[in-house]
Write a protein that binds this ligand. Structure first.
Ligand code: PCA
Length: 324
């Protein structure tokens, strides 16, 4: 670069209003950029950039590319990343009330899921604040259903199966069913299937489509068990360091992203079921012999969960049921 070019570049950097005060946030997620969750995050990042005239830019690192899913919350807490997205139930060991999402058969529609989030959000915010984190928004996955390689007629057919799990609550559910829990992150489901490490799993239709699971799983049962949410959050100090107008734009963009994400989840729920069907999967309601048994296991799980979590569980579930 000659002297003249250097002067021009320096002048452009110094006087361009966007570059003068540009702050870059790194946002890590364990999920894919092209899934509806990833698109919601991308929309959020675009909205922040547009509304702050690029004074704040959010660079998204999807699919565990920067920090693996299990380490994202700690990375945001320590300030290594300014923001992150994780599945909320993944935090249940530290923040038990985050596990409310995966108590089976409490939430069976998007309306229920919305009410649960309303009741849960103040508590989640409190716990996040105590950890130096700022909640931005949460978006549910479509309902969790049962995939199997072999037909399932009753709960006993699941006994001894190698059931893919993605957090502590799915592990407990597998145990209650007498299945062997096999921990596999979402991005590794296709690989685990090809290696024959799993033969059943409970997750959304979307996750089945994204992993093209139809080559192995032939049966899909609509047990509609729970609607787990992903939560996007920032390092509270990084948020507080932003000028007030930028903080406002971040929160406004977050509210818009949350609404868009819930609609995208509903649409993805329908589209992905169709996609599974188109690829030859048999989609059936929960078998009549299985239904009462998994209901009872759900009750057992709920009881254990309420005993474990204690007072905060009431703080969430009393208003949740009262709003019904
Ligand atoms: N997909 C993610 C979480 C819940 C879902 O539907 C997964 O299977 O890991």
């Amino acid at each position: 670069m000659n002297r003249r070019q250097l002067l021009v570049t320096t002048a452009a950097t110094a006087f361009h209003p966007a570059s003068r005060a540009a702050t870059v946030w790194h946002l890590s997620t364990g999920y894919r950029a092209d899934s509806f969750q990833g698109q919601t995050i991308a929309g959020f990042a675009r909205a922040v950039e547009a509304s702050t005239s690029a004074a704040l830019r959010i660079q998204v690192h999807a699919d565990n590319s920067s920090v693996p899913l299990a380490e994202i919350a700690a990375a945001v807490r320590s300030g290594k990343q300014q923001a992150g997205e994780v599945i909320m139930t993944g935090l249940a060991k530290e923040i038990p009330i985050a596990g409310a999402d995966a108590v089976p058969f409490v939430v069976s529609s998007y309306e229920d899921a919305q009410r649960l989030w309303q009741s849960q959000r103040p508590l989640i915010e409190r716990h996040f604040v105590a950890r130096g984190l700022k909640v931005l928004f949460a978006v549910p996955w479509p309902p969790q259903n049962l995939y199997s390689m072999r037909p399932v007629r009753q709960a006993d057919d699941l006994r001894g199966s190698k059931m893919r799990t993605y957090n502590a609550t799915t592990v407990r559910i597998a145990q209650l069913l007498g299945a062997e829990p096999v921990d596999v992150p979402m991005s590794k489901v296709a690989q685990a299937l090809s290696e024959g490490r799993i033969d059943t799993m409970i997750t959304s239709a979307v996750t089945g489509v994204e992993n093209k699971v139809w080559s192995a799983f032939k049966f899909f049962y609509e047990i509609n068990a729970w609607f787990p949410k992903n939560i996007t959050f920032a390092n509270a100090a990084a948020f507080a360091a932003l000028p007030v107008d930028q903080q406002e734009m971040v929160l406004r963009s977050a509210a818009v992203a949350e609404a868009a994400g819930w609609s995208a989840s509903r649409a993805a729920a329908v589209d992905s079921m169709n996609e599974l069907r188109r690829n030859g999967m048999r989609i059936e309601p929960a078998p009549s012999l299985l239904r009462p048994v998994i209901r009872r296991l759900g009750e057992k799980f709920s009881l254990e969960w309420l005993q474990d979590v204690g007072r905060e569980a009431n703080e969430v579930f009393i208003p949740f049921y009262a709003r019904r």
